[in-house]
Every structure is written in structure tokens, then in C-alpha cells.
Ligand binder design. Structure first.
Ligand SMILES: Cc1cc2nc3c(=O)[nH]c(=O)nc-3n(C[C@H](O)[C@H](O)[C@H](O)COP(=O)(O)O)c2cc1C
Ligand code: SF4
Length: 413
């Protein structure tokens, strides 16, 4: 297998992609408040149109919540009927380039930094102390009930229907990085003793049920991808066998692809990224004194400090999933930086590669590789883009010029 294999079509359920390059969701911070809702800006539309024009088969809007109180950040969008037209404007901008677009749908669970909540205490799998939410009065969490789970599954279905109505080609259900569905999957957060906690069969029950309901609702119209952890990266967290069990269950309910990631943000943020700690970058824009204190404290720990970067840093774990899961389409993510890396992923039997930071640094990298360029990404893994989504001008690679702030003050469409 060679790089050429990555330029062959890929079927994801109802969606056919012209090649096997997918843009990873990298939260953009490109919204504005209109009325009571965060809406997409012209910057968000231009950002994704630019990435799609650069050659990826599918670009992904990062981290859109399924409900207002499922948001982590104040400026985050929720995919609801109130934001549908705005989301449609972004999809139309991508389609105008001939590209395809996916909406990443998530729920923060306990990882919230917004004061907008139905319940004073944010819900998660278990009752815990929650330093992450202390700045917005969410120092304690509550154990979700069966009714809560049903309501949130309904919200995932409704958000997927909004994506379909807004013209999206795919959705990606976020089950990784420590957000709600990841909290259910991980023993780091899930201490339940009922049928939703304990064994892996129990911990995957709610996330798989969400996927099943979403596939039933929109799977004939949209590709349904799931992003989930190979490992949380901390002793006592999820490990590769948990991911394999999840992959089998997702395949059984008809999900179309699994994007394999890792890391549980409150415990192991740098396991997700690798490279330079993003603490300094985040401090640049963080206003809350409590959050600044937490970031400074965290930066002193190995889990949040500088971490060696390695190309294809999830490959060894992902190969174990590939060996165990034959039917499910699997996408390799994490440190894909060069045509050689892509050829390796294809030779390993992965169905697609997913790139985040390299496409922030060079949106046209895939076109360059298609035209025969052999150089790898110029991304230096400094992770300064992570702070930039809170800058007011939206996410950017610091190796490039500043974003046009005015574009981020204008509604999309
Ligand atoms: C600025 C930035 C924002 C990110 N936001 C998201 C997000 O919204 N959702 C998500 O699943 N991952 C997010 N990630 C993680 C990426 O999707 C990806 O998993 C990670 O960057 C590793 O891939 P890479 O080595 O190709 O960059 C973000 C990464 C960066 C750099
Ligand atoms: S080089 Fe650019 S894209 Fe890469 S980590 Fe740094 S800011 Fe992000």
C-alpha cells in the first residue's frame, strides 16, 4: 500500500468520499451571540470552506453541543432549531467548494464552564467533586438518572436531525476526551453500581444506546462517525480492550466509522495532543482567576506539562483495535504528519486518516501531497493554537498571520 491508496474513494454508509483524508474537529471559537443563542460567524464558514478547498474529503466542525446546557464553553454553539440556519450557512460554504462537511456533536457532562444549566449541579455518571466547574458554581456533580439519560439521548437525536436538515453530510458523536459519553465509558468518572457502571458491557451501554438511536434516526441520510478513546492514558482509566468492546458494539448498531483518539482532559490532557504544554497558550486568554490557578497548578504536573511528540502516536494501540475489529471502518488520528505516515496507515489497514493541527498550519496540505510534495507538515506541535480559539478571532495556527477579527463579528450566510 502506498500514499495513492489514500486517494481512493471511501464509503461511509450513505456518503461516498473521494479520498481518505478527514479534518479532525478542532474547536474554532467562531461564533457570536444573537438573541439567546451562539450562532456561526462568517469566519467559521470561511475557515471550513478553506479547509475543504485544500483537498480533505470531509471537514469537521469541532465540538458543537446537543443542547445549551451540554456546552463546555460560553461561546460554544448548540445544534438546535434556533441555530439550524446558521449551521446551514457553514455547510453551504463548504459545499460551494465541492467538499463535504461533518458536525461533531457532544455533551459536556460535568466538564462545563458555562453557568447555563437545567440543574444547579451538572449531571454525569456519578456524584463527584468537580474542580473543572468550580468557577461557574459547579464544584459538585450529580449522578444522572435514567430520565436524564433518556433526555440526553433525545437531544443527540434532535441535534443529528438538525445536522441533516442543515445539509450536513456526516455527524461525529464525541465519545472521547472526558466529555459526557467518555465519562460513562471511563472508570475514572463512572463509579456506578447499576447496569451503567462496572463491567465494560455496562459502561458502554448508554453511549452505544445514543449511537443506536442516532443511527436509526439519520443513518440512512448521514454518515455517522464516532470519536472515542483507545485509552484514557491514566492507570484506572479505559484501556484498548474497552475500545475494542465499544467498536464491536458500535458496529452492531450500524455506526459507519470509528475515529480513534485518546486522553481524558481533566486527567491527561497532553495524552491527547503531545508536544509543548498548552498551559501558556491558554493563560493568554483565560479571565477566570480560579481557572488561571488551576491551569498554573496543572502545568506543573507531567499530565499537563511538555510531553514528547511522536509521529502516529496512537498507532500501536490502534493496530490492536484493527486486529480485533474487521468490519468497522477505522480512522487513524494523532500525529499524522507526512505522506510516509499516510502510506503506513493505509498499509496497516486503516480506512482513513484524520488530521487536526497540520490542517490548521496548512489547509491545503492534502492537495500538496496529492500533487507529489513529499515534505511533512510544518506544524511544530507547540499547541499554541489551543489558546487561540479563546482569542475572539477564532482558532489559528500561530505560524500563520492573525485571523480577520471582523469576519468573526459577522454572522455566517
Ligand atoms: C486547537 C484544537 C482544538 C481542538 N478541538 C477539538 C474538538 O473540538 N473536538 C475534538 O474531538 N478534538 C479536538 N481537538 C483534538 C484534535 O481533534 C485531534 O484529536 C488532536 O489535535 C490530534 O490530532 P493531530 O495530531 O492531527 O493534531 C483539538 C485540537 C486542537 C489543536
Ligand atoms: S504549529 Fe500551529 S498548528 Fe501546530 S501546534 Fe503550533 S499553533 Fe498549532
Amino acid at each position: 500500500m502506498s500514499l495513492a491508496a489514500a486517494f481512493t474513494p471511501l464509503d461511509l454508509g450513505p456518503l461516498q468520499l473521494p479520498n481518505r483524508f478527514i479534518k479532525a474537529g478542532t474547536y474554532e471559537g467562531m461564533t457570536l451571540l444573537a438573541g439567546a443563542h451562539q450562532q456561526a460567524t462568517a469566519a467559521l464558514a470561511a475557515h471550513h470552506a478553506g479547509i475543504a478547498a485544500g483537498g480533505v474529503a470531509l471537514t469537521t466542525l469541532g465540538y458543537v453541543a446537543v443542547a445549551s446546557d451540554g456546552r463546555t464553553f460560553d461561546e460554544e454553539m448548540a445544534a438546535t432549531v434556533e441555530t439550524q440556519a446558521s449551521l446551514a450557512a457553514v455547510a453551504a460554504a463548504v459545499h460551494a467548494t465541492g467538499g463535504k462537511v461533518s458536525l461533531q456533536l457532544g455533551h459536556c457532562g460535568t466538564m462545563t464552564r458555562t453557568p447555563v444549566r437545567r440543574h444547579k449541579k451538572p449531571g454525569g455518571p456519578s456524584k463527584t467533586l468537580n474542580l473543572y466547574g468550580a468557577a461557574v458554581g459547579a464544584l459538585f456533580t450529580r449522578e444522572m438518572t435514567a430520565t436524564d439519560m433518556r433526555e440526553i439521548a433525545d437531544e443527540f437525536v434532535a441535534a443529528a436531525q438538525v445536522a441533516a436538515a442543515a445539509g450536513y453530510d456526516a455527524i461525529e458523536i464525541h465519545m472521547g476526551h472526558g466529555y459526557l459519553l467518555s465519562q460513562f465509558l471511563s472508570p475514572l468518572a463512572n463509579r456506578r453500581t447499576d447496569e451503567f457502571g462496572g463491567s465494560v458491557a455496562n459502561r458502554i451501554r448508554f453511549p452505544v444506546d445514543v449511537a443506536r438511536r442516532v443511527v436509526e434516526a439519520v443513518g440512512d441520510r448521514l454518515a455517522v462517525l464516532v470519536k472515542a478513546n483507545l485509552r484514557d492514558g491514566k492507570a484506572g482509566g479505559t484501556e484498548v480492550p474497552d475500545c475494542i468492546a465499544l467498536a464491536h458494539a458500535l458496529e452492531a448498531v450500524g455506526a459507519h466509522a470509528l475515529v480513534m483518539t485518546g486522553g481524558f482532559s481533566p486527567h491527561t490532557p497532553m495524552f491527547l495532543f503531545r508536544g509543548q504544554s498548552m498551559a501558556a497558550s491558554m493563560l493568554q486568554y483565560e479571565r477566570s482567576r480560579w481557572n488561571r490557578f488551576l491551569i498554573k497548578l496543572g502545568a506543573k504536573t507531567p499530565a499537563f506539562g511538555d510531553t514528547p511528540f511522536e509521529e502516529l502516536y496512537f498507532r500501536q494501540e490502534a493496530l490492536q483495535v484493527r486486529a480485533a475489529v474487521k468490519g468497522m471502518k477505522l480512522a487513524l488520528l494523532g500525529g499524522v504528519r507526512s505522506p510516509d505516515n499516510v502510506a503506513t496507515a493505509m498499509a496497516d489497514g486503516f480506512d482513513a486518516v484524520v488530521l487536526g493541527r497540520p490542517l490548521l498550519a496548512e489547509p491545503d496540505l492534502v492537495r500538496q501531497w496529492q500533487a507529489g510534495a513529499t515534505a511533512g507538515s510544518r506544524c511544530i506541535n507547540c499547541n499554541r493554537c489551543v489558546g487561540e480559539f479563546s482569542s475572539g478571532a477564532g482558532v489559528r495556527c500561530v505560524l500563520n498571520g492573525p485571523n480577520d477579527r471582523a469576519l468573526n463579528l459577522r454572522a455566517a450566510g
